[in-house]
Design a protein around this ligand. Sequence first.
Ligand SMILES: C[S@@+](CC[C@H](N)C(=O)[O-])C[C@H]1O[C@@H](n2cnc3c(N)ncnc32)[C@H](O)[C@@H]1O
Length: 256
Amino acid sequence: MPGALDHESPVLARLFALGATGAMETAGEQGPETLAYFPEELPLDLEGAWESVDEVDYVRAYREGLEAVRVGPLVIAPTHRHPALQAGEQVVWLDPATAFGTGHHETTRLALAALSDLDLVGRSVLDVGAGSGILAIAADRLGAASALGVDVDAATVPVARANAALNRSRARFLEGSLDHPALPRTFDVVVANLYAEVHVTLMAAYLERVVPGGRLLLTGVLARLSHLVERALPAGAVPRLRHEGEWVLVEVEVPR
Ligand SMILES: C[S@@+](CC[C@H](N)C(=O)[O-])C[C@H]1O[C@@H](n2cnc3c(N)ncnc32)[C@H](O)[C@@H]1O
């Protein structure tokens, strides 16, 4: 659904709330465009046009071209590759399915790198917007005491659980978000790969879920929009920014 939409507005949050199963921002010939994927055409009150997309061909082409991705000690590999592991490397098997997250997107890699740089041994990790489950499964591989993923898209949950089973991972997945009633009250680390505007909306809910002194890792943020996320952080928080291409991860230790 291409359209010249205002990137400073909470349009992406709106699109997901309206049932989008994915969305991204592109340069576009006429200026910035937002592409959102819906399972069917809906009567939306937004500027733009509908275009039908052949999902099956895309997935097949994508699968065939996939290579293993190395981030810190993690090697994210589709099951048809057999990467030779160096000392200290750990493999996470992940086949592309309908859920986002194979390690090939900059934002996923930024989150994997940030998780790899933390000492997760004995820590609890919440992955908000788990998609394929890659971040929670990686956190479990990195020694987290518990790793839990939540996603508002019900279709992702069986995919993430299947990926956890494939990896013999203890990571668990639930349909929902930060307000899920079964969530433990707080976590040592909360990681989320969503969008700048969504992070701003969810900031208070994130902060309620991180222990004082714990870490908040927020990616899916275009560099030109990172100021929105930084502005929404609590007073006294000193963000560290990691960049890959046009994407940023904002990392912050939650003030005690
Ligand atoms: C970009 S994918 C991230 C997947 C994976 N964590 C990764 O880093 O590759 C974002 C996921 O967040 C989910 N999502 C969007 N808004 C959400 C919200 N408010 N709470 C929980 N999940 C959300 C979407 O359904 C989607 O699966």
